[in-house]
Ligand binder design. Structure first.
Ligand code: ATP
Ligand code: MG
Length: 689
């Protein structure tokens, strides 16, 4: 029987979809789909999953690894659509069973909880986000006296970045220091000591950081018995965006599926953009040769996403890459419109221009949702957020400042997390200091009591707080004990915490009323999760996106513009795409070391941004832009020139213009003009938070 859904695919996609549809040995050998942007890799992957399910593979035995939670749920929806088309309504129940879909980190967290008892981990562990991890690193650093005696010791953030890089790249510390953090190389011995103590501190407090989720998983499956048990629980393992995985992730996959049977990975080396998180493009390039016989390779050449002129411009950008595994992408989608390259005076004008165009597109019948504004770094969207807010245009921001980063939301969650794991000192420290009159030294003493009692909150009942906190203390201890004993129940306990927290909120924040709205929203979000533990895990790993709407996230059927960092736009597509700040200093960023490998990654980043567009693409180059913080001179305006990735030779692919019309478009002459410091605006700073 040839299913109708197969007929929609091209022959190579179909080859990938039909490659080994059984289980065990019949699952087919390892398969690599490597192809350019928009060529239907993710689509083929979704069809393959659906095809397997239609052909009797048990959806509970399918593991689907994606790069974000959003990507996982989109993939599941696509699979569902295809399966329903093939089998009718009964497919819906089968897709419900497709629960092993998520990021490596989320799946790792789940497996670690399931296997905690086997590997000697207390299953009540909590997960530290990057900020918590940096705080703990800081605490340990202070304890070791590194920061006090040695004033030029790397910051907590740098320490964490070095640690994380070494873990994820499975690389010796000296290599990481030499290659990426040469200015910290003199501290190698101290860093080694710091990291050792950091690991001990995490274990004592029963917390795992992001890296641990992969590291523990990798350690777990390094044990052949466990690898066999977990690996054989899945007939098929799929990974999308494989070019952005790191060595730990590759070793986990190999341990789960040593002979590669039932393993399908998909990606594009030209879109590898996560080396700063230790991802390595070698994973995808070396994949076929890891197996005997080698993996089957499927390539795809037709781009179904973009019009030919957009594709031609993107191809010309990536065509200049120093190293490239040539792919020829073509599109049948004809159009007379070349992508635009627009010069504007500064970022304020850039924001105005883009918003004008967005509204024009909407007038012409295009929804806001079909349009996206992309940028290199989260803070680049400041002026456009202001402009959108001023003009009352709803938007949703991906990869930006998260709702969960707001102090009051973190406070409430900290209480919940502490109740889950009383040994977690970072959250405990935060929680105890919410009470009036309690400072760091009292908090530390209270935490010591809890720790001495083996993580029991009862110990707090006998604790004598400072006079100002005396009155609040009994209710506080009572709350913690009730939460820890699961007395309030899920999700009612969130409400219990909010009620307890409200008087403190009033004391701590002038705008308590606004913040209360956020807490109510948090309660609603929580109600969507089956348990406290799932809620905390998923929120820590993949927080909801920030929105322009104070009343909460826009509803699914509302129309809103997408703002996104380029990194977070991976794998997605929109009818119209605007890319901001296509100037040297932004793309490529001038915060890197300038090494050629880094510059090449920035080129790929521009390629990723451009290939998100279906029908219209607009790159904007402000003549001045605002550099953020980290340069030695601090915040400042600089003159900017068009990115070096668009040299004169390829400008023919673009429609070049200036806005407003009187402004002078940049010619193809200067590749890099000297920067001149002209202004430090306190007014602007407010805009950048
Ligand atoms: P990226 O590299 O950006 O992740 P991709 O290779 O994963 O891209 P998809 O997102 O799967 O590409 O597909 C791009 C677009 O092309 C989607 O809108 C998809 O529906 C469409 N598409 C994919 N395959 C086909 C096909 N055989 N016929 C028609 N449209 C297709
Ligand atoms: Mg994709």
């Amino acid at each position: 029987m040839s299913a109708a859904y197969l007929a929609k695919l091209n022959p190579n996609q179909r080859r990938a979809v039909e490659h080994g549809v059984g289980c065990g040995a019949a699952a087919g050998g390892p398969l690599l789909v490597i192809a350019g942007a928009g060529s239907g890799k993710t689509n083929a992957l979704a069809h393959r999953v659906a095809h397997l399910i239609v052909n009797g593979v048990d959806p509970r035995r399918v593991l689907l690894l994606t790069f974000s939670r959003r990507a996982a749920s989109e993939m599941t929806r696509r699979v569902e659509r295809i399966a329903i088309e093939a089998m009718g309504a009964k497919a819906a129940a089968m897709i419900e069973a497709l629960t092993w879909a998520g990021t490596f980190h989320a799946i790792g967290a789940r497996l670690l909880r399931d296997y905690a008892h086997v590997i000697g981990v207390d299953p009540a562990f909590t997960i530290h986000d990057r900020e918590d991890s940096a705080d703990l690193m800081n605490l340990v650093r202070h304890e070791l006296g590194f920061s006090k005696t040695q004033s030029r010791f790397p910051t907590k953030g740098t320490c964490l970045a070095i640690y994380s890089r070494a873990v994820n790249a499975e690389a010796p510390l000296s290599d990481v220091l030499g290659a990426v953090y040469p200015w910290c190389a003199g501290w190698e011995a101290e860093l080694r000591e710091l990291f050792a103590s950091y690991v001990v501190a995490k274990q004592r407090q029963n917390v795992l950081d992001y890296d641990d989720l992969l590291l523990y998983w990798a350690q777990m499956v390094a044990e052949p018995k466990l690898a066999e048990e977990i690996g054989s629980a899945f007939d098929h393992v799929f990974v999308d965006e494989y070019q952005d995985t790191n060595r730990l992730q590759a070793s986990i996959l190999l341990a789960l599926k040593p002979d590669g049977h039932g393993l399908t990975v998909v990606g594009d080396d030209a879109q590898s953009i996560y080396s700063f998180r230790a991802a390595t493009v070698r994973n995808i390039l070396d994949f076929p040769g890891q197996f005997q016989p080698p993996a089957e390779i499927v390539t795809l050449a037709q781009n179904y996403r973009s019009t030919q002129p957009i594709l031609a411009a993107a191809n010309s950008v990536i065509g200049l890459a120093a190293e490239r595994f040539a792919k020829t992408l073509w599109s049948e989608r004809r159009s007379a419109d070349r992508p635009e390259l627009v010069t504007v005076r500064d970022e304020i004008e850039q924001a105005r221009y883009v918003v004008e165009k967005v509204l024009e597109n909407r007038e012409a019948g295009g929804a806001l949702k079909a349009q996206a504004v992309l940028f290199r770094a989260s803070h680049h969207s400041g002026p456009i957020e202001v402009e959108l807010t001023r003009r009352n245009i709803p938007f949703m921001k991906f990869g930006g400042l998260k709702f969960l980063d707001a102090a009051h939301v973190k406070d409430l969650l900290a209480v919940l997390r502490w109740a889950q794991n009383p040994r977690d000192r970072v959250v405990g420290f935060r929680v105890v200091q919410l009470l009036a009159g309690v400072g760091p030294s009292t908090a530390a003493k209270a935490l010591d009591e809890v720790a001495a009692a083996g993580g029991a909150f009862d110990a707090l009942a006998a604790f004598k707080p400072p006079a100002r906190a005396l009155e609040d203390w009994p209710a506080f201890v009572d709350l913690l004990m009730r939460l820890h004993g699961d007395k309030a129940g899920w999700p009612a306990e969130i409400e219990a915490i909010r009620r307890w927290y409200e008087p403190h909120l009033d004391r701590l924040h002038e705008d308590a009323i606004v913040r209360q709205g956020d807490l109510l929203q948090l309660e609603q979000i929580a109600a969507g999760y089956p348990s406290r533990e799932r809620f905390l895990t998923e929120l820590t790993l993949d927080p909801p996106d920030a929105t322009s709407d104070e009343a909460g996230a826009p509803l699914r059927d509302e129309d809103y513009l997408i703002l996104s960092t380029i990194h977070s736009a991976k794998g997605q597509e929109w009818t119209s795409v605007f890319v901001l700040n296509v100037v040297d200093g932004c793309i490529p960023s001038d915060l890197g070391t300038g090494a050629s490998a880094e510059i090449e990654e920035e080129r790929r980043l521009l390629y990723v941004a451009m290939t998100r567009a279906k029908d219209r693409l607009c790159l904007v180059t402000p003549q001045r832009f605002f550099t953020h913080g980290q340069s030695p001179q601090g915040d400042r305006h600089v003159y900017a020139s068009r990115t070096r990735f668009l040299p004169a030779g390829i400008l023919g692919a673009f429609e070049i213009r200036a806005w407003p019309a009187a402004a002078k478009p940049q010619d193809g002459r200067a590749e890099r003009t000297p920067r001149i410091q002209i202004d430090i605006g306190a007014r602007m700073r407010g805009m950048w938070r």
